[in-house]
Design a protein. Structure first.
Length: 192
């Protein structure tokens, strides 16, 4: 008959527990600067008026032991906004619009992500833009491909909720209040 000391058994149990937990740690994925798109589309006098942000960073954390996203953090360099025209680009930098000098950064954060009906995911989060925070629902697709991930999605934002287009520009008959925001990006697993 073999007798095992209970202290040794306890130590072995702890070692096994910690070794098995290591494989269940959350994974963090960060955006790559070469493969990403963040665009906004409004309507001006009935026609689409698209723009984009060329600089932003995203971080997605997945659930331990699974590929399901549980947290999203996005930081946007608002000063990278362009609408493809020097005149428009100068205009959107002004206080009535994005006010680059006072508010150079915007953020979106969510720790409440759930599967959407049908396919994809919904993230209930908060958008902070021009020192205004509002709840925002983001619809997105998420696919893991080895140590990389691909994410794309969209949402709609009321520009007036964030004081975008104030003063004479607050009239929604010429510039729509609702702005469609679309994104697609590639992410790489962050080394731990």
């Amino acid at each position: 008959m073999i007798f095992i000391d209970t202290k040794v058994l306890g130590v072995l149990t702890l070692v096994f527990f910690f070794l098995s937990c290591g494989s269940l740690s959350a994974e963090t994925y960060v955006s790559t600067s070469t493969e990403h798109l963040l665009e906004f589309i409004t309507r001006f006098e009935g026609e689409e008026a698209p723009g984009r942000f060329s600089r932003f960073e995203a971080e997605v954390i997945t659930e331990p032991g699974s590929a399901l996203p549980i947290s999203i953090r996005v930081t946007v360099d608002v000063t990278s906004a362009t609408m493809g025209s020097p005149d428009l680009d100068d205009g959107i930098s002004e206080p009535e619009w994005f006010d680059f000098s006072a508010y150079p950064q915007a953020t979106f954060t969510s720790d409440h992500i759930r599967p959407a009906a049908g396919a994809g995911y919904l993230a209930d989060g908060e958008l902070r833009l021009k020192d205004v925070s509002r709840k925002l629902k983001l619809s997105f697709d998420w696919q893991l491909k080895g140590e990389r991930a691909v994410m794309s999605g969209n949402t709609e934002v009321s520009r007036l909720d964030f004081n975008i287009g104030t003063g004479e520009w607050s009239d929604t008959t010429s510039i729509a209040e609702t702005v469609l925001v679309r994104f697609s990006l590639s992410l790489a697993e962050k080394p731990q």
